[in-house]
Ligand binder design. Structure first.
Ligand code: ADP
Length: 474
């Protein structure tokens, strides 16, 4: 753990494992509410001088962290592949994406401006300041174990906040590597603090209850996010919640089904389906279904699963056995209600894959709304295809979910694209585009998918308060 500028050991520790092989990668301090309190105290002590430092100084340190992250790209990517499982090429992409947040917010730190607002009274002036909210508590997931940290840390630090972060128990070594960067970049003691823990509950409880914490930023499941948000409301703490998703992937009647299937295969394969923006329902106009399924299943069958350190592998393991069980249950439920397995549908155990948590990339056709997979987030490599008959059904089908994070639309028609862009209840819409995300763009969801946005100018606003001054002059 990293508290008040020093690396701390505890008597208890827990192991981090490689999900592709089950091998133990390292042992990590097992923290609880005591270390969390110490970390929050340290962040609170560091806050006045960090908030009072010039934006230029904060910017320089973030730039330095960006440089170090890029310099360490290969070692970070390798560690990520070993601890989280994604293929090395994808890990490299994530390191660069994660580093981008440091660079972008190093620039944005210098652009936090207030306003001078005209008053209705001649003897009055209105001025607003934008000031950091205070100590931030951050909780991050395992699926993007480096970029989800920098996506929170960079804007918080740029704004002038100090922070305490608890990473997912499955990927603590990735978090330690990121904090080593902040240490080496020269961030003052207490500005960034890391608490690792096998049991997240006591750490989370301290974060939401401690009055010194003014903001909670969480990325993870909807169930945990809702609980933390409701506890944080007791102190009227600000919250940002980036939660689950159930993205529709809509193939419109005028779309090219082969082109759409190519995009579908790429986005569904991302991180073995373990992404909150992963498409979870492929809504395809009935006359296009055969062509779409043939192309998607053909591409899916060719994917090779295995250790991400092998260059020929494009499908990594699921994070653990619980994840395997959930995916299998959804597939079995769909099949028992009439879905057809076009490819995959089972755990992979040949050639040593039984040591890890591998599920065969799967395409299901004939999926209907009574199946679990229609409603539950899968977080695995399963593409369920649902046929619809008329364009007029699209919006009702696509919006039939508690979630509202990402949606994808394939159509050459500008008119239809605009109609769906406006009518879909999701925070991110990819129109003929499977990658509608970037550091400069606001990322976040509606409904049960969350509150607030990360990335871009909106991302730093989450860590700023607006203060109004009314000046009476004579
Ligand atoms: P997932 O199903 O993706 O693992 P979780 O919501 O369980 O999603 O985990 C996301 C993050 O939330 C992780 O860092 C995890 O440790 C943390 N977490 C889980 N339960 C709690 C809790 N009760 N209090 C605080 N953090 C929690």
């Amino acid at each position: 753990m990293y508290i008040d500028g020093a690396w701390i050991e505890t008597r208890k520790s827990f192991a981090s494992r490689n999900p592709a092989t089950g091998e133990i990668l390292g042992s990590v301090p097992d923290g609880n509410e005591i270390q969390t309190r110490a970390a929050i105290d340290s962040a609170a002590r560091a806050f006045p001088s960090w908030a009072g430092a010039s934006a230029y100084l904060r910017s320089q340190l973030l730039f330095r962290a960006w440089q170090l992250m890029i310099e360490r790209k290969e070692e970070l990517a390798r560690l990520m592949t070993e601890e989280q499982g994604k293929p090395l090429k994808m890990s490299r992409n994530e390191v660069v994406y994660g580093a981008d947040f440091l660079q972008w917010y190093a620039e944005e730190a210098k652009r936090v401006c207030g306003q001078v607002i005209p008053s209705p009274r001649a003897d009055q002036r209105f001025i607003t300041l934008r000031q950091p909210v205070g100590v931030v508590a951050a909780i991050t997931p395992w699926n993007y174990p480096m970029s989800m940290l920098t996506r929170k840390m960079a804007p918080a630090l740029a704004a002038g906040c100090t922070l305490v972060l608890k990473p997912a128990e499955a990927t603590p070594l990735c978090a330690m590597a990121i904090f080593k960067i902040f240490h080496d970049a020269g961030f003052p003691p207490g500005v960034v603090n890391l608490v690792t823990a096998f049991d997240p509950a006591p750490v989370g409880a301290e974060m939401v209850a401690n009055p010194l914490v003014r903001k909670l930023t969480f990325t993870g499941s909807t169930a945990v996010g809702k609980r933390l948000a409701s506890q944080a409301s007791a102190h009227v703490k600000r919250v940002s919640m980036e939660l689950g998703g159930h993205a529709p992937f809509i193939v419109c009647p005028d779309a090219d089904p082969v082109h759409a299937a190519k995009g579908a295969g790429l986005i569904k394969g991302l991180n073995t389906g373990q992404a909150c923006i992963s498409p979870n329902r492929f809504l395809v106009h009935r006359p296009l279904v055969d062509g779409f399924v043939a192309e998607l299943a053909g591409r899916t069958r060719k994917l090779k699963a295995g250790s991400g350190l092998d260059d020929t592998v494009s499908v990594g393991p699921l994070i653990d056995k619980v994840a395997l069980g959930k995916v299998q249950r959804q597939v079995d439920d769909a099949v028992s209600k009439g879905a057809k397995v076009e490819c995959g549908g089972h755990r992979l155990v040949e050639d040593g894959l039984d040591k890890g948590c591998f599920f065969a990339p799967t395409v299901l056709s004939g999926v209907t709304r009574d199946m679990l997979i229609w409603r539950e987030e899968t977080f695995g490599p399963v593409a369920p295809v649902i046929a619809y008959d008329d364009e007029s059904e699209i919006l009702a089908l696509a919006n039939d979910t508690e979630y509202g994070l990402a949606a994808y639309v394939y159509t050459p028609s500008l008119n239809l694209a605009m109609k769906l862009f406006e009518g879909l209840h999701f925070g991110i819409i990819g129109v003929n585009d499977i990658n509608p995300t970037a550091v400069a763009a606001p990322f976040g969801g509606m409904k049960d998918s969350g509150l607030g946005r990360e990335g871009g100018a909106e991302g730093i606003s989450e860590y700023l308060e607006t203060k109004l001054g009314g000046f009476a002059i004579s």
